[in-house]
Ligand binder design. Structure first.
Ligand code: NDP
Length: 336
């Protein structure tokens, strides 16, 4: 890895550019199963990868308890342990793992330029985007008002604080069912606020919820506000919203957990890469190739369908192989 001299920084009071710059052969952004698997393969292919972890080192799996469906762990494994193992494996082959989040990117020409934490610029021959997805919120003001005071999008991170209390989980998918089941083991009562009269979750997850006595499902309810003096003390819901039988319902709760899906972290790349309506980066089917040669995408950032650790890892492997082939072809052509 070569270190460049610092870029020129304006001292005229205008927008300042990055104050430092480094050049790498293969830059990987993101430290979930996709990023680390790409790093393992890229390192073993001598691409000298540098991986920036993003805001949540280890990615979404670090907020999970048991992972029972990742092959090779007959007794299961916790998300944080699995991610720690993946990091160590990537480092064992020479990956340089660094803390920092990509805050802007210039993919207009190769080498690509990615700014980390608004201050460091990384110049990369190839780029693997594995930035994953982030939890969605409802968009009601109360979520901001009570941020860190009873509102959370991660039951496994924050559930502990609600031991013996009453909480609500919003959503009807696998995540909501999983989080409600987890919270039911800690809390006195768990309400599930489900906007339709059916779950989206798999049958197995639904069964788990139905057989848990301290979970109460509020079908056809939507949360519209939260109230409380020094933190959440309750939620205002609308039952049968928008119909003749619409009615207001209040529930007393101490914690309000969002589990309504995730949004892909593709904002800084959208100017250059094609995304679908939801923001997932489009890749050539069967590959990790984006519309820009030399830029590859892996994991949840390009996968609105499966979003599993094992599929993310598989696509990380594909991205590293695609990157290695791209670089060797480019280097051969340069040498001609
Ligand atoms: P999903 O998109 O599957 O489900 C989101 C849920 O939130 C749906 O019930 C949806 O309602 C509801 N919802 C969305 N927006 C709103 C809103 N504004 N107000 C109220 N409710 C809303 O997301 P998940 O995070 O649950 O799952 C994502 C993927 O990860 C899935 O493929 C899932 O199978 C997988 N997964 C697997 C797990 C496992 O196997 N252990 C665990 C967790 C996730 P509606 O149904 O009406 O659209």
């Amino acid at each position: 890895m070569d270190m460049f001299k610092p870029l020129e920084v304006s001292d005229e009071g205008g927008a300042k550019g990055p104050s430092e710059s480094e050049k790498v052969r293969c830059l990987i952004i993101g430290s979930g199963p996709a990023g680390y698997t790409a790093a393992i393969y890229a390192a073993r292919a001598n691409l000298s990868p540098v991986l920036y972890t993003g805001m949540q080192p280890g990615g979404q799996l670090t907020t999970t308890t048991e992972v029972d469906n990742y092959p090779g762990y007959p007794e299961g494994v916790t998300g944080p342990v699995m991610m720690e193992n993946l990091r160590k494996q990537a480092e064992r082959f020479g990956t340089v793992v660094k803390q920092g989040s990509a805050t802007s990117a210039d993919l207009s020409k190769r080498p690509f330029r990615v700014t980390i934490d608004e201050e460091r610029e990384v110049i990369a021959d190839v780029l693997i985007i594995a930035t994953g997805a982030t939890a969605k919120y409802l968009g009601i003001d109360a979520e901001k008002r009570y941020a860190g005071m009873g509102v959370s999008a991660c039951a496994t991170c924050d559930g502990f604080f609600y031991k013996g209390k009453d909480v609500a989980v919003v959503g009807g998918g696998d995540t909501a069912c999983e989080e409600a089941s987890y919270l039911a083991g800690l809390c006195r009562k768990v309400y599930m606020i489900v906007r339709r009269d059916v779950f989206r979750a798999s049958k197995a997850m639904q069964e788990r919820v139905f057989s848990t006595s301290n979970i109460e499902i509020l079908w056809k309810h939507e949360a519209v506000d939260l109230f409380g003096e020094n933190g959440v003390e309750g939620a205002l819901l609308l039952k049968n919203r928008g119909t003749d039988s619409e009615e207001e319902v209040k529930i007393a709760i101490d914690g309000f957990f969002l589990a309504i899906g995730h949004a892909p972290n593709s904002e800084i790349f959208k100017e250059y890469l094609e995304t679908d309506k939801a923001g997932y980066i489009k890749t050539t089917p069967g590959t990790s190739k984006t519309a820009i040669p030399g830029v590859f995408a892996a994991g949840d950032i390009q996968d609105p369908h499966y979003r599993q650790a094992v599929t993310a890892a598989g696509s990380g492997c594909m991205a590293a192989i695609d990157a290695e082939r791209f670089l060797s072809t480019a280097e051969q052509e340069k040498g001609k």
